[in-house]
Write a protein that binds this ligand. Structure first.
Ligand SMILES: [Zn+2]
Length: 414
């Protein structure tokens, strides 16, 4: 059997046949291919095709394909240009690669599959490509896989902001409470960012939305009020508890700053290592952290009060209380926090009091990002992984790959 025939059968590339193989001298294995039906030229961006070339020039293009027995395999093909009525002068599209890509579709699918499961270094080294190239691949795969159907039938949605990079670079993400999947995202975190979501889903899908859960900042509420006046704004337990957690952390930090300036550094030492002890749920503490917590309890004082306030608010939402009881306990909690002599908690109480209607709505509808916990953890992992991407679009694409309604299959996976 000839080498080209063998490769034809092994590679099994869509729409092309192998015409020549150059084993190279230690470098990449070069496989020259040609289109099986070579008469028509396809626009890479739409379904337009034509017999007429733009000119008589043939230019050689290369694409990285899946490695062959551990060696880099590069496909080469001569291509012509055409004039598409919608897209102008373009280089003809090929059936085995996405438009504008230097990689075959199978190579990109493999990379996209891997990047949701392995860290940055592993992906880069395994695929032998730069990290920013991984970002571009994610963008192309997601652009192809996501379709408008994900906006149909949305009833309860959650909106949240996440930092995708240091120095306050944010993405706004919209999730579907029914499926715990991210359905939309965009760079930024203000009202205009979320306006973009409603614009994209259109009036019919917007009308179907019954409730939107969010944090207690004004931006998202403003956008929902303007774009979806029929939807109920819900401040979900996750974000209510977050207020107390943030208050505790701010208070702990202020104490830590003050004690660091004291001449007696023994006091400062006592607060060392308390950060995670205070923020973690008590059942998740290590033995050593439990000892630290017990020490704080013995010392008592305002920091212990602050910790108990945070924990008690968490417990309000932990049980299966009926909505009226939850709201009553929140009122009691706000009274305690307002009179706690801790400025940070008094402020949290004021915020909660001015948002009780939305909290009540979340509690009665049982809308909680708590159910989203698995999703939140996944998003956090993905955003850490996307550090180093150069654009918010690439970071967003990775999140959509891992947390969106996209299913990436490995080549040859059934
Ligand atoms: Zn076109």
């Amino acid at each position: 059997m000839r080498a080209t025939t063998l490769l034809n059968r092994v590679l099994n590339l869509t729409g092309v046949r192998v015409v020549d193989v150059d084993p190279g001298a230690g470098g990449p294995l070069l496989v020259r291919v040609a289109l099986k039906a070579r008469k028509r030229l396809d626009c890479p961006h739409c379904s337009y095709s034509t017999m007429a070339g733009y000119d008589t020039r043939w230019a050689e293009s290369t694409w990285r394909h899946l490695d062959f027995s551990g060696r880099v395999l590069v496909l080469t093909m001569l291509r012509r240009r055409l004039v598409c009525p919608s897209h102008g002068v373009v280089v003809q599209g090929v059936p085995f690669a996405r438009p504008g890509s230097r990689f075959s579709t199978e190579f990109e699918d493999m990379t996209a599959w891997l990047v949701t499961r392995a860290d940055k270094t592993t992906v880069s080294q395994f695929a032998r490509i730069a990290w920013r190239t991984v970002g571009a691949i994610c963008e192309r795969v997601v652009a192809e896989q996501l379709d408008e159907s994900r906006f149909e039938g949305l009833v309860n949605i959650g909106v949240d902001e996440i930092s995708w990079r240091k120095h306050h670079r944010y993405l706004t993400l919209v999730s579907d409470h029914a499926t715990s999947k991210i359905v939309w995202g965009a760079p930024g975190k203000n009202a205009a960012t979320l306006d973009g979501f409603f614009k994209e889903i259109g009036p019919v899908n917007t009308t179907a939305i019954e409730a939107v859960s969010m944090d207690m900042g004004p931006a998202f509420a403003k956008s929902v009020t303007t774009n979806a006046p029929g939807a109920v704004i819900c401040y979900d337990p996750f974000h209510v508890i977050q207020l107390a957690t943030n208050a505790l952390e701010a208070f702990r930090r202020s104490i830590w700053q003050r004690t660091r300036e004291l001449p007696d550094q023994d006091i400062a030492k006592k607060f060392k290592g308390t950060r995670w002890v205070l923020l973690k749920n008590p059942q998740n503490l290590t033995e050593k952290q439990q000892v630290t917590l017990a020490g704080l309890e013995r010392t008592g004082g305002l920091l212990w009060d602050a910790y108990q306030l945070k924990e008690s608010l968490r417990e309000v939402f932990a049980g299966d209380l009926n909505p009226d009881d939850v709201m009553e306990m929140i009122t009691t909690w706000c009274d305690l926090a307002a009179n706690s002599n801790i400025r940070e908690f008094a402020r949290a109480a004021a915020t909660i009091r001015s948002h009780t209607q939305g909290i009540h709505a979340a509690v009665t509808r049982k809308l909680s990002n708590g159910r989203h916990e698995g999703l939140n953890n996944k998003i956090r992992t993905m955003t850490r992984r996307s550090y180093g991407f150069h654009t918010p679009e690439a970071a967003l694409a990775l999140i959509m790959l891992a947390c969106g309604p996209v299913e990436i299959k490995l080549p040859y996976q059934t």
